[in-house]
Design a protein around this ligand. Structure first.
Ligand SMILES: [Zn+2]
Length: 129
Protein backbone atom coordinates (compact mmCIF):
# COMPACT_ATOMS: atom_id res chain seq x y z
CA UNK A 1 0.00 0.00 0.00
CA UNK A 2 1.33 3.41 -0.97
CA UNK A 3 1.44 5.83 1.94
CA UNK A 4 -0.77 8.85 1.48
CA UNK A 5 0.96 12.18 1.00
CA UNK A 6 0.35 14.34 4.09
CA UNK A 7 -1.58 16.96 2.11
CA UNK A 8 -3.82 17.64 5.07
CA UNK A 9 -0.67 19.05 6.66
CA UNK A 10 -1.16 22.36 4.86
CA UNK A 11 -4.33 22.85 6.91
CA UNK A 12 -2.19 22.91 10.07
CA UNK A 13 0.48 25.07 8.47
CA UNK A 14 -2.13 27.67 7.48
CA UNK A 15 -3.49 27.65 11.02
CA UNK A 16 0.05 28.03 12.39
CA UNK A 17 0.75 31.04 10.17
CA UNK A 18 -2.50 32.65 11.29
CA UNK A 19 -1.77 32.06 14.97
CA UNK A 20 1.74 33.45 14.66
CA UNK A 21 0.28 36.61 13.18
CA UNK A 22 -2.22 36.82 16.06
CA UNK A 23 0.62 36.29 18.55
CA UNK A 24 2.64 39.13 17.05
CA UNK A 25 -0.24 41.51 17.82
CA UNK A 26 -0.49 40.50 21.51
CA UNK A 27 1.45 42.16 24.26
CA UNK A 28 4.37 39.91 25.12
CA UNK A 29 3.88 38.10 28.44
CA UNK A 30 0.13 38.90 28.68
CA UNK A 31 -2.40 36.15 29.39
CA UNK A 32 -3.73 36.24 25.82
CA UNK A 33 -0.15 36.06 24.52
CA UNK A 34 0.48 32.97 26.70
CA UNK A 35 -2.76 31.38 25.46
CA UNK A 36 -1.77 31.79 21.80
CA UNK A 37 1.81 30.70 22.57
CA UNK A 38 0.47 27.43 24.06
CA UNK A 39 -1.81 26.89 21.08
CA UNK A 40 1.14 27.37 18.72
CA UNK A 41 3.24 24.86 20.68
CA UNK A 42 0.40 22.31 20.46
CA UNK A 43 0.12 22.88 16.73
CA UNK A 44 3.88 22.35 16.27
CA UNK A 45 3.53 19.08 18.15
CA UNK A 46 0.60 18.05 15.93
CA UNK A 47 2.56 18.83 12.74
CA UNK A 48 5.54 16.89 14.08
CA UNK A 49 3.31 13.86 14.75
CA UNK A 50 1.66 14.02 11.31
CA UNK A 51 5.10 14.05 9.66
CA UNK A 52 6.38 11.23 11.85
CA UNK A 53 3.30 9.14 11.06
CA UNK A 54 3.79 9.78 7.34
CA UNK A 55 7.46 8.84 7.50
CA UNK A 56 6.65 5.55 9.25
CA UNK A 57 4.16 4.69 6.50
CA UNK A 58 6.83 5.56 3.83
CA UNK A 59 9.41 3.47 5.45
CA UNK A 60 6.89 0.62 5.40
CA UNK A 61 6.93 0.90 1.59
CA UNK A 62 10.72 0.78 1.36
CA UNK A 63 11.02 -2.36 3.43
CA UNK A 64 8.02 -4.03 1.84
CA UNK A 65 6.08 -4.00 5.07
CA UNK A 66 2.37 -3.78 5.55
CA UNK A 67 1.06 -0.70 7.27
CA UNK A 68 -2.24 -1.36 8.96
CA UNK A 69 -4.16 1.04 11.14
CA UNK A 70 -6.31 -0.21 14.00
CA UNK A 71 -9.52 1.50 15.06
CA UNK A 72 -8.65 4.60 17.06
CA UNK A 73 -11.37 3.74 19.56
CA UNK A 74 -9.83 0.37 20.21
CA UNK A 75 -9.29 0.34 24.00
CA UNK A 76 -5.56 -0.40 23.81
CA UNK A 77 -4.59 1.12 27.14
CA UNK A 78 -7.40 -0.37 29.17
CA UNK A 79 -6.80 -3.99 28.21
CA UNK A 80 -4.34 -6.28 29.96
CA UNK A 81 -2.02 -7.52 27.20
CA UNK A 82 -1.60 -10.83 29.07
CA UNK A 83 -5.18 -11.95 29.77
CA UNK A 84 -7.33 -9.38 27.92
CA UNK A 85 -9.22 -8.14 30.97
CA UNK A 86 -10.48 -4.57 30.59
CA UNK A 87 -9.69 -2.08 33.36
CA UNK A 88 -11.78 1.13 32.89
CA UNK A 89 -9.90 2.76 35.80
CA UNK A 90 -7.06 3.34 33.28
CA UNK A 91 -9.02 6.08 31.51
CA UNK A 92 -7.20 8.24 34.05
CA UNK A 93 -4.10 9.26 32.09
CA UNK A 94 -2.04 9.85 35.22
CA UNK A 95 -1.87 6.09 35.89
CA UNK A 96 1.40 5.11 34.17
CA UNK A 97 1.91 1.68 35.73
CA UNK A 98 -0.61 -0.85 36.92
CA UNK A 99 -1.06 -4.45 37.92
CA UNK A 100 -3.82 -6.52 36.36
CA UNK A 101 -6.42 -7.45 38.99
CA UNK A 102 -7.22 -10.62 37.08
CA UNK A 103 -3.86 -12.23 36.24
CA UNK A 104 -1.46 -10.10 38.33
CA UNK A 105 0.69 -9.05 35.33
CA UNK A 106 2.55 -5.77 35.84
CA UNK A 107 2.22 -3.24 33.02
CA UNK A 108 3.74 0.03 31.90
CA UNK A 109 0.88 1.98 30.29
CA UNK A 110 2.31 2.76 26.83
CA UNK A 111 4.14 -0.55 26.50
CA UNK A 112 0.96 -2.48 27.32
CA UNK A 113 -0.97 -0.38 24.79
CA UNK A 114 1.66 -1.02 22.09
CA UNK A 115 1.43 -4.79 22.64
CA UNK A 116 -2.37 -4.61 22.42
CA UNK A 117 -2.27 -2.56 19.19
CA UNK A 118 0.19 -5.06 17.66
CA UNK A 119 -2.00 -8.02 18.70
CA UNK A 120 -5.16 -6.32 17.41
CA UNK A 121 -3.46 -5.38 14.11
CA UNK A 122 -2.24 -8.94 13.54
CA UNK A 123 -5.71 -10.29 14.35
CA UNK A 124 -7.37 -7.88 11.87
CA UNK A 125 -4.81 -8.71 9.15
CA UNK A 126 -5.32 -12.45 9.68
CA UNK A 127 -9.08 -11.95 9.24
CA UNK A 128 -8.57 -9.87 6.09
CA UNK A 129 -6.43 -12.51 4.37
ZN1 LIG B 1 -4.35 -9.64 33.05
Amino acid sequence: MQAENPRHLSKYEDRLAKLQKVLARKEEGSNNWKKIKTEIAKLHEKIKNVLKDFLHKHKADWYNRVFHKVDRFFASTQKCSECGTKNPRLKDLSIREWTCGECGAKHERDENAAINVLKQGLKELALAN
